[in-house]
Write a protein that binds this ligand. Structure first.
Ligand SMILES: O=C(O)CCC(=O)C(=O)O
Length: 275
């Protein structure tokens, strides 16, 4: 008899406390322990890794890659290519946390992406994600979900606390050697606290689209495997693109939409909404 694979629990609410919501809104990020069960990570992680290997087109030796390319293998919207990954990305547990942190009545998907920092992979330069997104308000949040415990030598995500309000750095936020150099200098000069800590197995971080963050190089001999889910307010509108990256994102992740529209293409389903 063949066993039927049942859907693992990705929907049960997390007991998010009011202090944690207040912390997120003030600091611009939060790390939540036991956000995902180890068996959930193992089950869906196996499929995510299989899809990353299948869909990856980056095979150049590390020394021939750009700083961006050295940082990670980046595979986007895996939910559209695997029913198993779709179950994980459509899970209500993380989506409800996102809505609670943002204070919205629900959240839509902007996109998912796997970010695999290979052994010997380079640092992820300082940046803020919303520089890339043609979205009208700052009500966006990324869940960064490591598929293994992530000690410092693997390159965990680190944050400049309270930097979501630092508008001055936004213009140099395109991921590059320049963003790493200039933002490191600007954030240091303004005394933003750098929060760089390991992640336990099951721990997940959430950061606003405008919170500045980076990750150190992977100096270990194994991959740092991470899945991310980017959520936005369910009532988000499309904004006029401000740069070439936003024009590219508009086409890719909000297909068929134009500035002013509800950000609700077929690629942006509501994942969680309050009944
Ligand atoms: O995983 C990394 O190295 C960077 C992740 C990141 O920038 C993000 O998820 O917004």
């Amino acid at each position: 008899m063949t066993a039927t694979l049942t859907k693992l629990d990705v929907d049960t609410p997390y007991a998010l406390k009011a202090e944690q919501i207040a912390f997120f809104r003030e600091e611009g990020y939060i790390k939540l322990k036991d956000a995902v069960a180890p068996e959930v990570l193992e089950h869906y992680g196996r499929e995510i890794t299989r899809k990353v290997k299948e869909l990856n087109t980056q095979h150049a030796p590390m020394e021939q890659r750009s700083t961006y390319q050295k940082a990670f293998l980046q595979i986007m919207n895996i939910w559209t290519k695997s029913e198993v990954v779709k179950e994980f990305v459509f899970g209500k547990r993380l989506a409800r946390i996102a809505a609670d942190l943002l204070g919205t009545s629900g959240v839509r998907l902007y996109h998912d992406q796997a970010l695999y920092k290979e052994p010997g992979g380079g640092l992820t330069p300082w940046h803020a994600d919303q520089y890339y997104w043609p979205l009208a308000t700052p009500l966006t949040v990324t869940a960064w979900i490591p598929l293994q415990a992530t000690p410092i030598e693997l390159g965990p995500l680190s944050f400049a606390a309270k930097s979501q309000r630092f508008k001055h750095g936004r213009g140099v936020s395109e991921i590059s050697d320049e963003s790493e150099r200039e933002l490191a200098r600007m954030l240091r000069e303004r005394n933003f606290e750098l929060v760089e800590e390991p992640f336990d197995l099951g721990e997940v971080s959430f950061h606003y689209g405008w919170t500045f963050h980076r990750a150190a190089a992977n100096v270990s001999d194994r991959a740092r495997e991470v899945m991310t889910i980017i959520y936005m307010d369910q009532d988000m509108r499309v904004a006029e693109p401000q740069n070439k990256n936003q024009r590219h994102d508009l086409e890719g992740w909000l297909p068929g939409l134009k500035p002013g529209d509800l950000a609700a293409s077929p690629l942006n389903p509501v994942i969680f909404t309050r009944e």
